[in-house]
Design a protein around this ligand. Sequence first.
Ligand SMILES: NC(=O)c1ccc[n+]([C@@H]2O[C@H](COP(=O)([O-])OP(=O)(O)OC[C@H]3O[C@@H](n4cnc5c(N)ncnc54)[C@H](OP(=O)(O)O)[C@@H]3O)[C@@H](O)[C@H]2O)c1
Length: 253
Amino acid sequence: MAEFKRKVVLITGSSAGIGAGIAVYMAARGARLSLTGRDQGKLRGVAQRCVEAGVTEQDVLATTGDLTDEAFRNQLVTQTVDTFGQLDVLVNNAGLVLPDTPDLQNHLDVMNLNLNAHVAMSKLSVPHLLRSKGNIVNVSSNAALKVYPGLGSYCVSKAALEMFTKVLALELAPKGVRVNSVNPGVVRSDIARFLNYTDEQYNEFWAEFAKAIPVGRLGKPEEVARAVAFLASDKSSFVTGALILIDGGYAML
Ligand SMILES: NC(=O)c1ccc[n+]([C@@H]2O[C@H](COP(=O)([O-])OP(=O)(O)OC[C@H]3O[C@@H](n4cnc5c(N)ncnc54)[C@H](OP(=O)(O)O)[C@@H]3O)[C@@H](O)[C@H]2O)c1
């Protein structure tokens, strides 16, 4: 099970949801982890779950901060490499959904995190990944391919991330660094909290979504984590610039 033994994996947005699922999955396979999110309490909880999954406390670095802040991104990458001596895998996972509005504010907030932060994190990480012959996995969405009316900025941010994945993959292919993308469909998480629903309404919201998905249910963080781990591992040594849809068939509708 030690598929990632001593590999150093930095996962953004790992204080909750899909990112937390990826962290625990990687921990169970021997990775050393650099976890990050804004909420210190949630981040500590995920770090604890990683320890329970099999790594030591020294193998988990938890850094709290806002990924849209350039100084924080610099600190995060530097601290990761200073702590562990290397970086093998960057998982660009942090993301948010906001509805389209007549002004540009939500659009800018979505693009700043879902695209710009990942571009910046990739650029900061590439020198280290060149040394380790590591790789990048971007957590995109089936929204890169599927139209969600009212969520134009979100769809655009993911479609743009898709093209960034491919451009970087082609640039880095001759240098031994792979860049790929996973594209989840609907996975229950905190991502729809912007709707300000009561708990009951929130449950109903996800239940309605589940009915629309061809396989008849929502996805689970671990189902995304398995694909991330495949792309991050040597099992996918000939895969770069690829996209793996994990959406129970939803994008086909
Ligand atoms: N859930 C789905 O149905 C779904 C479907 C397709 C794609 N995705 C993608 O999967 C990724 C993870 O989403 P999720 O569903 O797991 O959402 P989530 O439960 O809301 O988790 C989002 C993560 O991103 C972090 N984050 C948000 N804003 C941040 C900021 N400004 N700076 C630093 N960290 C920030 C959050 O940490 P804090 O709260 O601690 O800041 C949290 O760890 C996103 O890229 C999303 O687009 C999700």
